[in-house]
Design a protein around this ligand. Structure first.
Ligand code: GDP
Ligand code: IMO
Ligand code: MG
Length: 425
């Protein structure tokens, strides 16, 4: 069975944790979009590991991870992460593969990311990792791919032309000092040598694996509401974080996908700018942020928090084709007296069940809340649905009814053991 896991909110839903649990039933793990803007946390044997570029299941022995063609790769970040995994005893030379069609992030992308943020009319609050500018170059057909990086002749020629162009932009538009072609060539040539042993033709690698009966697990980064097309544009990331991206970002056809699972938190968070209709007032924000440790895994920024938004979750189920949902961080709500669920939005006299594309409309909307009693007891030790307090069971059943698909996994803590499966995926 080949499974795609996607974030069904604004990222940080706990995808890393869910992937780590699901890895038991997979052979090959695939990242298909985004880059080291992602921060996916896995907690095993009391130790926390944060993955940025490498698939989150790789703490399991014997698995292989592929960084697909849809990912943008910062070689320095990749080598740092490979080093951390190696230090944990993982045979990274065997376990980590990189598609030769993935695009490469250069320091000028990072500089442009910062400069564009500083000069843009409305800040987006990007992670500053150069992700957007790298995808811009890809779409403009002036990017440099891993295959180009690893071919010295092609690389020297393409990099020279690109650095000239970027320096014109940096100097003329931003009055910034130019970057050195020679320095970049030397540094990235050294990276290429270290990366080369990992490079494969991604689509062919996966095709051959499937022919041998290997099971694929695709790991979405970011979330549906940060998807370039289906999210809260322009407050989005620059890639396809929805399930369709798993195919374009890996070269595996849609017909090979058996199952699509969306991940939601039992409440909502977002980091960076942009709409968050169910955002808490400051006091509750502080409390949930503290209980849920809601600080970015990549940038450390405090995450904005709000109630569960069923309009968002339904939108995610529809555009991804999710057949089931994993719910994480239920334990964070353990002490709440009353819990609110946003069932729909109200726009004047109108009730909206679907997420509007027009952010002007969205800004007029107010959430229509249902109130549910809290359970006031610890869920972190629950080993199955029946062991949850009755009010928690009712809360989850109500989420299921509002979202329209069954819950397949419930997580009540950050550790690997603190999760249980419900029925089939
Ligand atoms: P991702 O980007 O979707 O992989 O999520 P992050 O790793 O950025 O953020 C999720 C955070 O919640 C991490 O710190 C996880 O260790 C933690 N986490 C995951 N599942 C649970 C859970 O069920 N309960 C609690 N309390 N923490 C969780
Ligand atoms: P994971 O995979 C949460 C947000 C940034 C910003 C917007 C654009 O851990 O869920 P970018 O640097 O991508 O151009 O920034 O997207 N963002 C994330 N928010 N989790 C992430 O990743 C994110 N990756 C990007 O905060 O609002
Ligand atoms: Mg994250």
């Amino acid at each position: 069975m080949n499974i795609v896991v996607v974030g069904a909110q604004w990222g940080d839903e706990g995808k890393g944790k869910v992937i780590d649990v699901l890895t038991e039933e997979a052979d090959i793990l695939v990242r298909f979009q985004g880059g080291h803007n992602a921060g996916h946390t896995v907690v095993v044997d009391g130790e926390e590991f944060i993955f940025h570029l490498i698939p989150s299941g790789l703490l399991h022995r014997g698995k292989v991870g592929l960084i697909g063609n849809g990912v943008v790769v910062d070689p320095e970040a990749l080598l740092e992460e490979l080093g951390r995994l190696r230090a944990r005893g993982i045979d990274v030379e065997r376990a980590v593969k990189i598609s030769d069609q993935a695009h490469v992030i250069f320091p000028y992308h990072q500089r442009l990311d910062a400069l564009e943020e500083a000069t843009r009319a409305g800040r987006l609050g990007t992670t500053g990792r150069g992700i957007g500018p790298c995808y811009v170059d890809k779409a403009a057909r002036s990017g440099i791919r891993i295959a180009d990086l690893c071919n010295p002749e092609v690389f020297a020629k393409t990099l020279r032309r690109t650095v000239q162009e970027k320096n014109r932009l940096l100097q003329a538009l931003y009055h910034e000092p130019p970057m050195s072609y020679e320095e970049l060539l030397a540094r990235y040539t050294a990276y290429a040598k270290r990366i080369a042993p990992h490079v494969v033709h991604g689509a062919r690698f996966l095709r051959e694996a499937m022919a041998q009966g290997k099971r694929l697990l695709f790991e979405g980064a970011q979330g549906t509401m940060l998807d370039l097309d289906h999210g809260t544009y322009p407050y989005v990331t620059s890639s396809s974080a929805t399930s369709g991206g798993a195919c374009t970002g890996s070269g595996v056809p849609p017909t090979a996908i058996d199952r699509i699972i969306g991940v939601v938190k039992a409440y909502t968070t977002r980091v960076g700018e942009g709409p968050l209709p169910t955002e808490f007032a400051p006091q509750l924000m502080e409390e949930i942020r503290r209980r849920g440790k809601e600080f970015g895994a990549t940038t450390g920024r405090p995450r904005r928090c709000g109630w569960f938004d069923a309009v968002v979750a339904r939108h995610a189920v529809e555009v991804n084709g999710c057949q089931s949902i994993a719910v994480t961080k239920l334990d964070v709500l353990d002490a709440m007296e009353t819990i609110q669920i946003c069932a729909a939005y109200r726009d004047g006299a109108r009730t909206l069940d679907a997420f509007p594309a027009d952010l002007g409309v969205l800004s007029r909307c107010t959430p229509v809340y249902e109130s549910a009693p809290g359970w006031g007891s610890d869920t972190s030790e629950a080993g199955c649905f029946d062991e949850l307090p009755a009010a928690a069971q009712r809360y989850l059943k109500r989420l299921e009814a509002l979202i329209g698909v069954p819950i397949c996994l419930i997580s009540t803590g950050s550790k690997r053991e603190q999760a249980f499966k419900m029925g089939s995926w």
